[in-house]
Design a protein around this ligand. Structure first.
Ligand code: NAI
Length: 329
């Protein structure tokens, strides 16, 4: 099957080539109203977190006879599922690539932030071996709040239990298996004032849009650190920065940013970055930021490529069977 692979990153291509029996066109641009026409001649589209799958874009794809879209990211917040169903376009979803990749990135961000690792490393590089201002905190014995205990959140929570933390969780669908492991569920308003670390692992939905805002931030202890590897819009970035400046929040480590689309995954070295909110975030001493790379491990890339391409193969074989049956009658 011919697949138009939007927002293609050079780091992804080898994994898809290795696993592929399809003909893939790698398109570096994200899928938008302006670029959708590049799908011409392809029956399938492969999309990621940066691609726009809103009704107007889907309408163009439908006109170009695209019949199937495979998402190579877990979050579905960019997809208009209703429009897809109306246009008869099939959506292939990932049941979740390596949850360890994202959970471990959350742990790395947490440790990097609370042990001042970026600052310590840059000092050593310049020959400054002093320890002033580098006092960190232990994780052992701390209370960790986890919002969303699905595939990624539950792995993160269990890693935190391994560090000797007390884990509190909030999820609209608590999972009894995690209670057995030692995770205690509660309501959000009870959890917020108790936690030393708060990590977000729920999807972006109308319910979770700006879930962390000036109101929820005011419920946290001023010593709390916040970790976000899920979606940028789960937090009100301006409110986070204001809380950090006011000493109401101790630190913020994130792999995502609410307006990341224009910048993340591109090289802006020596180019102006005009997003003032992003600049404030990048330059804040109590912020540790990576550019949406939590999925970027060999294991997660291999699993995603295999899984998605197998689904495209299965879809194609089903279509062939349907077509053969239809021509028999
Ligand atoms: P999942 O579907 O396995 O788990 C999500 C959990 O959140 C579920 O247990 C669900 O019940 C819960 N939830 C849903 N709405 C909620 C609400 N309003 N309040 C509290 N909990 C709620 O998803 P998975 O695989 O764990 O991924 C979680 C999120 O991580 C994804 O939606 C995606 O946005 C993000 N992600 C980020 C990546 C990165 O590279 N930074 C890579 C993969 C996922």
């Amino acid at each position: 099957m011919k697949i138009a692979f939007f927002s293609a990153l050079p780091v992804e291509e080898p994994w898809y080539e290795l696993a592929s029996n399809h003909c893939i066109t790698y398109i570096p641009q994200p899928l938008t109203l302006e670029t959708a026409a590049l799908a011409i001649g392809h029956r399938a589209v492969c999309a990621s977190v940066k691609d726009d799958l809103s009704r107007p874009v889907l309408k163009i794809l439908k006109k170009l006879h695209v019949s199937v879209i495979g998402m190579r990211c877990v979050g579905q917040d960019t997809v208009d599922s209703q429009a897809m169903a109306e246009f008869g376009i099939t959506l292939l979803r990932l049941p979740g690539h390596s949850p360890y990749a994202v959970a471990e990135q959350a742990v790395a961000l947490l440790l990097g932030l609370i042990r001042h690792l970026p600052e310590a490393n840059s000092r050593v590089r310049t020959g400054n071996f002093s320890l002033d201002g580098l006092i960190g905190t232990d994780l052992h014995g701390k209370t960790v709040g986890v919002i969303g205990t699905g595939r990624i959140g539950s792995v993160f929570a269990r890693i935190m239990l391994g560090f000797g933390c007390n884990v509190l969780a909030y999820d609209i669908r608590p999972d009894p298996r995690h209670i057995e492991a030692g995770i205690q569920y509660g309501i959000l308003s009870d959890l917020l004032p108790q936690v030393d670390i708060l990590s977000l692992h729920c999807p972006l939905t109308p319910l979770t849009d700006h879930l962390i805002n000036s109101h929820t931030l005011s419920a946290l202890k001023p010593t709390t650190v916040l970790i976000n590897t899920a979606r940028g819009r789960l937090v009100d970035t301006m409110a986070i920065l204001d809380a950090l400046d006011a000493g109401q929040l101790a630190g913020y480590a994130a792999d995502v940013y609410e307006w990341e689309r224009a910048y993340f995954h591109y090289d802006y070295t020596n180019k102006p970055i005009t997003d003032e909110l992003l600049n404030r975030l990048r330059n804040h001493p109590n912020v540790l930021l990576t550019a949406h790379q939590a999925f970027l491990t060999e294991e997660a890339l291999r699993q995603t490529a295999r899984n998605l391409l197998n689904q495209f193969t299965f879809y194609e074989s089903q279509q062939t069977i349907l077509f053969t049956k239809a021509s028999l009658y």
